[in-house]
Structure formats: structure tokens, C-alpha cells
Design a protein around this ligand. Structure first.
Ligand code: DGL
Length: 246
């Protein structure tokens, strides 16, 4: 299977990492819209327009499936993308919610959802979880983590300050949905901030489970061939891929 992975920038490599670790695909075509990132501060119509333009990019390849690694795109553009694509399009929100359901059974458990402002404003995680009976939800836009991760800062003082700022009046949650491609890279710092207590829901791992269940995708037991494309600075994307994916 040849799969496309789309993200607003470099963050979707955190999802690629899970796909590669599980050897799910022989070939991954990654496209990051690095010229126009961040999407998380843009309005819904802009996110949809950019996403449909990215779809045209993937039409140059004969992909069997498109994975939307970006939470912001998954929140706003999935319906439009599915209408126009000739192959299945999978986002990260539904898999994330399913992973949360598997991990947390009590409906009054406290769930923290963090993501870009656009993702949080879309209410996609919140309304789906409410519909499933979860009652104790806190959703906080934490967009400042994005440039920090882009700078390669995954721990330390600045990040701690930001966590103090965002989570000031919050008691320790039972689970945190990492509703943004960049946040798996600060998993350790986030868990440490809350004393190691919360279960973390990571889009990459969630999508691996989801693909097995819903699309019947299982390990090929073969190395993955990854091709990287970006709307600008592909060299920068390649550098980050080397660091994040070893
Ligand atoms: N990829 C985006 C997401 O997961 C984060 C970066 C951005 O704002 O574009 O929501």
C-alpha cells in the first residue's frame, strides 16, 4: 500500500514515526505545507482551502489512502476532502477518541484536551466525547507549544513556564488527549508536570490501532520507503525527520 500523509508542516512526522515503527506501509509520501504553517491560528475556510490544495498535490501520486496527521485539518476539512478524494481519507480525531475510550472507561474521569486554538474552537473532540457520555472535560488551546517544539525544545524552563501558564488552575487530569501533531514530542514534560499520573493519548499510536480495526491495515514486516515533500524548505523538513525519526 502506498499512503499519503498530510500535515500543515513538520509536526505530522510524529504520526509517520508510529506508522514506520509498526511497518504498516511499503511507501509513505509525506507533504507538509511548511510555507503556510501554522494552520491552528487560521479560520476554518482558510484551513479547508489549503487542505483542498494539498489534495491536488497528492493527485500526482497513485496513493491508496490519505492520512491527515494534522488535528486542525482533521477538525475542519475532513468532510470536504472525503467528498473530493478517490481514496479513503482518515483523520486523527476519530482514532484519538477511540483510543481514549479504550484507555478510560469511567465516564466521570477528568479528560484534558489540548490542541491549537482552531482545533479547540471546533469542539470536535469535546462534542464527540460528550456524545459518548464523558462528562468531565477540560479543553485548553495551547498553541504556544507548537513553535517551541519547532525550535527543538522538548523540556526545560521555558516549557515549564508555559505549562504553568496554561494549566495554572487545573487539577491533575486522568488523561490528556494530545490534540496536536507536535505534542507527542513533549509527552515526558507534560506527564512530569502532572506528577506522572495522566494517560496520554497520542494521535500516531491511535491511528495505528484505528487503521488495523477500520481499514484492515496490518504490519507489512518490511521497511518503509519515506518520501518527503514540502511547500518550502524541504531541507528543514528533512533535518527534522532525521532527528525525530532517527
Ligand atoms: N499540525 C497542527 C495540528 O496538529 C499544528 C501546527 C499548526 O498549527 O499548523 O493541529
Amino acid at each position: 500500500m502506498k499512503v499519503g500523509v498530510f500535515d500543515s508542516g513538520v509536526g505530522g512526522l510524529s504520526v509517520v514515526k508510529s506508522l514506520i515503527e509498526h511497518q504498516l506501509f511499503k511507501e509513505i509520501i509525506y507533504y507538509g505545507d511548511t510555507a503556510r504553517v501554522p494552520y491552528g491560528t487560521k479560520d476554518p475556510n482558510t484551513v479547508i482551502r489549503y487542505s483542498l490544495e494539498a489534495l491536488e498535490f497528492f493527485n500526482n501520486f497513485n496513493i491508496d489512502l490519505l492520512i491527515i496527521a494534522c488535528n486542525t485539518v482533521s477538525a475542519y476539512a475532513l468532510v470536504e476532502l472525503r467528498k473530493r478524494a478517490h481514496y479513503p481519507v482518515v483523520g486523527v480525531i476519530e482514532p484519538g477518541v477511540q483510543a481514549l475510550q479504550n484507555a478510560i472507561k469511567q465516564h466521570d474521569a477528568s479528560i484534558l484536551i489540548i490542541g491549537t486554538r482552531a482545533t479547540i474552537n471546533s469542539q470536535r473532540y469535546q462534542s464527540t466525547l460528550k456524545g459518548l457520555g464523558y462528562t468531565n472535560l477540560h479543553a485548553i488551546p495551547t498553541g504556544l507549544f507548537v513553535p517551541l517544539v519547532e525550535e527543538g525544545i522538548f523540556e526545560g524552563k521555558i516549557l515549564e513556564e508555559m505549562m504553568n501558564y496554561y494549566f495554572d488552575s487545573l487539577s491533575t487530569p486522568d488523561a490528556i488527549i494530545l490534540g496536536c501533531t507536535h505534542f507527542p514530542l513533549i509527552s515526558t514534560a507534560l506527564r512530569d508536570h502532572f506528577g506522572g499520573v495522566p494517560r496520554l493519548i497520542h494521535s500516531g499510536d491511535a491511528i495505528v490501532e484505528y487503521l488495523a480495526k477500520v481499514q484492515g491495515v496490518v504490519s507489512t514486516h518490511q521497511k518503509t520507503n519515506l518520501s518527503l515533500y514540502a511547500s518550502e524548505n524541504v531541507e528543514g523538513l528533512r533535518k527534522i525527520a532525521k532527528a525525530w525519526l532517527n
